[in-house]
Ligand binder design. Structure first.
Ligand code: FES
Ligand code: FES
Length: 192
């Protein structure tokens, strides 16, 4: 475990307001020494140097900053760090050790990303959905992904990739070693 201190800044009274907050990030215990109202997104990106979660709107309206907190998709831009004491946080960097999570494989199979800026948040929301609903309907997907915006308009590919990921997960659960769904195109096994 390590303790990481944020760059200090004075509060309006001139005193340094900070507290220790301890939580798990991608399987590693972290203790940060920061202002308790600092957004989790700032802590991840600027204190812990975890750059996968992105800043888009800062007001829970775009989904670019989405991470898992205790298994649920959450907007880190509006999550005060003091509220994550003792939780387990997963970012896109920790979703799988090698990019082989079914959602990541489906995203690659279907070439979902365009500019890519929103995609970490999209993948984190999609993976949280599939953990809760392994075979979601279009309506389930639209509801779960509603708050994840994509200025490149990749929504149809995202929906198709979530169905594809559901098939991959089912195939994996049945012990299919290569993880390919019956309808999936062959993987080229290339770099991830
Ligand atoms: S940056 Fe958090 S929802 Fe937009
Ligand atoms: S891929 Fe460009 S914003 Fe979504």
């Amino acid at each position: 475990m390590r303790t990481v201190k944020a760059v200090e800044f004075p509060n309006p009274d001139g005193a340094i307001a900070a507290m220790l907050v301890t939580f798990q990030v991608n399987g590693r215990s972290e203790t940060v020494d920061v202002s308790p109202d600092m957004p989790l997104l700032w802590v991840l990106r600027d204190v812990l140097d975890i750059k996968g979660p992105k800043f888009g709107c800062g007001i829970s309206r775009c989904g670019a900053c989405t991470v898992h907190i205790d298994g649920r998709a959450r907007r880190s831009c509006t999550t005060r760090v003091e509220t994550v004491e003792g939780t387990e946080i997963v970012t896109i960097e920790g979703l799988s050790p090698d990019g082989s999570h079914p959602v990541q494989r489906a995203w690659e199979d279907l070439d979902v990303a365009q500019c890519g800026y929103c995609q970490a948040g999209q993948i984190m929301s999609a993976s949280a959905l599939l953990a809760e609903i392994p075979q979601p309907t279009d309506e389930d997907i639209d509801l779960a992904m509603d708050g994840n915006l994509c200025r490149c308009g990749t929504y149809l590919r995202i929906r198709a990739a979530i169905h594809e990921a559901a098939s991959l997960m089912a195939s994996d659960a049945q012990g299919n070693g290569n993880g390919a769904s019956p309808d999936a195109p062959p993987s080229d096994g290339g770099d991830r």
